[in-house]
Design a protein around this ligand. Sequence first.
Ligand SMILES: Cc1cc2nc3c(=O)[nH]c(=O)nc-3n(C[C@H](O)[C@H](O)[C@H](O)COP(=O)(O)OP(=O)(O)OC[C@H]3O[C@@H](n4cnc5c(N)ncnc54)[C@H](O)[C@@H]3O)c2cc1C
Length: 397
Amino acid sequence: MPRVLIIGGSLGGLFAANLLHDLGWDVEVYEKVGDDLAARGAGIGTHTELLGVLAQLGITIDERLGIEAAERICVDRGGRELYRTRWGHIMSAWASVYRPLKDRFPAGRYHFGKGFRSFEESSGGVIARFEDGSEARGDLLIGADGLRSAVRGQLFQGVEPRYAGYVAWRSIVEESALPAATREWLGAGYWFVLPPGEMMLCYQVPAKDPKRAGRDWNWVWYRPVTPAQLADISTDLTGRNHGIAMPPPLIRPDVTASIKSDARRLLAPHIATLVERSQPFFQAIFDVESPRLAVGRVVLLGDAAFVARPHVGMGVTKGALDALCLYKSLQQSGNPDAALARYDRLRGEFGRRCVARARRLGAYIEFPERRLDQRPERVLHEVAAALSDIPELALEV
Ligand SMILES: Cc1cc2nc3c(=O)[nH]c(=O)nc-3n(C[C@H](O)[C@H](O)[C@H](O)COP(=O)(O)OP(=O)(O)OC[C@H]3O[C@@H](n4cnc5c(N)ncnc54)[C@H](O)[C@@H]3O)c2cc1C
């Protein structure tokens, strides 16, 4: 049986691992982090195509996986309605997708605490080398190691994530931690507030802990942040700079206080309450485009291949569809070179188009001085739209 080494055991890696395991391949997953990832992550939007891949894997789509947001509503900072439209998408949580994928995959083949260092191609196969000095040999190596992919770094020197000039402040709040009036006002809507050059949105997601009753509220607030400001908010109380990987508990109290006070000033009162009742953290927004997705016996997948800004709401769906395309390509062709060429062509085109669309949706935040179109009618229809409503992304998988 062919053997595949997957670097990165997050969602992209786990989709590929489960699908290729079902194809009868001998699959090993190597994850740098030393323990379960389920405690991390926040809310995610889903697409019919993502639910399709989960269904193919036999994963049940019920209220533990997602909650339907029936309407999108945009309000001003006084809470007055500006625009309302029917919606009907399932909103999920990162952990709700991670958990069933992780549980479905044989535990003995998932290796925590295994940081990949480099690879070497040899006689039709690939050798992966790890930080602990060990190595593994396979017929195929999949780089599913995310934004700062070390696999991509070895394939394409100089292809680096490009900072978009803004960050997503975000968090999750337990519904029970909110005042009754706020719960009632929010209902089950998918809310937007659009301060000039910014975008705040919030929606309900399944409770992070599946044993807990009730739901959580997920919020995301995109705000322009210069590189100098980013360096400041990434610096903890001891003066240490954490780059883009700032652990939420280390964010300085003055930084948190300032985002909470801005929320009171710029957002509708009940939406500001979500910010006030949570521990906000931030993720810097980047674009990544890889020139190729398959070179020899090495493949890139998910965020390692392309990172589109979150406005397309497609990080997880794109990873799942990359994995599905690789699975189908390998299933259909007895020739691995032809299979990988098909994957490279189809997912390369999808990734490039996805990054371009997301960049366009975020352009008004990236360039606030240009005062680009941020009308609610446009934003509410285009952000995280269904794939079936985006002609340029209707591509074969
Ligand atoms: C902990 C976590 C929480 C997230 N939360 C959200 C969220 O709330 N909403 C959302 O839309 N998206 C979230 N994402 C991103 C989302 O999961 C991705 O856009 C999407 O799932 C594509 O995932 P990926 O597997 O390609 O990349 P990622 O999810 O970034 O995963 C890459 C994985 O590779 C591992 N890795 C990195 N370098 C190495 C190495 N050298 N050796 C071995 N392993 C390595 C990382 O630890 C990570 O687990 C989150 C990602 C992570 C890791």
